[in-house]
Design a protein. Structure first.
Length: 202
């Protein structure tokens, strides 16, 4: 090919690449992770994963190690997984078994050791407007830092159980399902130390 013929074919090559060399956008039902909270922690630490299109039975892996899922609300795009034993620093991936897999925007740093709660709290809610709300997700949040403390589980006797990463002040966020007639409510609680602490809000 002469220099002149190559020059004549260059516009064709550019046009060809402009139609075929573009990045293929993700399908509408592909999963997408927006954020992780926190971004580091030990094995046993709960991590809040937010995103969309996680599917009906998502799988979460910390740098390839399968993680247990503690709570999943597909209508909210919120998933809580526990850092598994043996996990190492690296990407957190969420797999939608119906469509595909995606990674969080930034890697998760696995710290040495095992997560031990700085404060455990056991309590109940007396406000009938939020307790019991069928399908509600109950989350503890540090109101100053805005950081995720963990989810509240029920003990089967009407109490909520919390295992918090540090002592201090938190807010309990009662998040009803999408489409519910209930509204999100927030209640302050204090977990003063390493001992079990009882609380009642509402």
């Amino acid at each position: 090919m002469t220099l002149q013929s190559a020059a004549r074919s260059l516009p064709v090559l550019i046009l060809f690449c402009s139609t075929l060399c573009l990045a293929v956008p993700p399908a509408l039902d592909d999963p997408l992770v927006f954020s992780l909270a926190p971004m580091e922690g030990q094995a046993g630490r709960q991590v809040l994963i937010t995103g969309v299109n996680f599917g009906t039975a998502p799988e979460v892996r910390f740098n390839g190690t399968l993680a247990p899922i503690d709570a999943y609300r597909p209508d909210m795009g919120r998933l809580v997984a526990t850092v598994p034993v043996g996990a190492t620093t690296g990407p957190v991936t969420v797999r939608n078994t119906d469509s595909g897999e995606t990674s969080a925007p930034a890697p998760f740093t696995v710290l040495p050791g095992t997560f031990t709660p700085a404060c455990t709290a056991l309590g109940n809610v007396t406000d009938p407007a939020v307790f019991p709300v069928p399908g509600a997700l109950v989350v503890a949040v540090d109101p100053v830092a805005g950081s995720f403390g963990g989810i509240a589980t029920t003990d089967g006797f009407g109490d909520y159980v919390l295992a918090l990463p540090s002592s201090g002040n938190y807010e309990l966020h009662f998040i009803p399902p999408t489409g519910s007639t209930y509204h999100e409510e927030r209640y302050p609680i204090t977990c003063p130390g390493a001992q079990d602490h009882r609380f009642a809000v509402g």
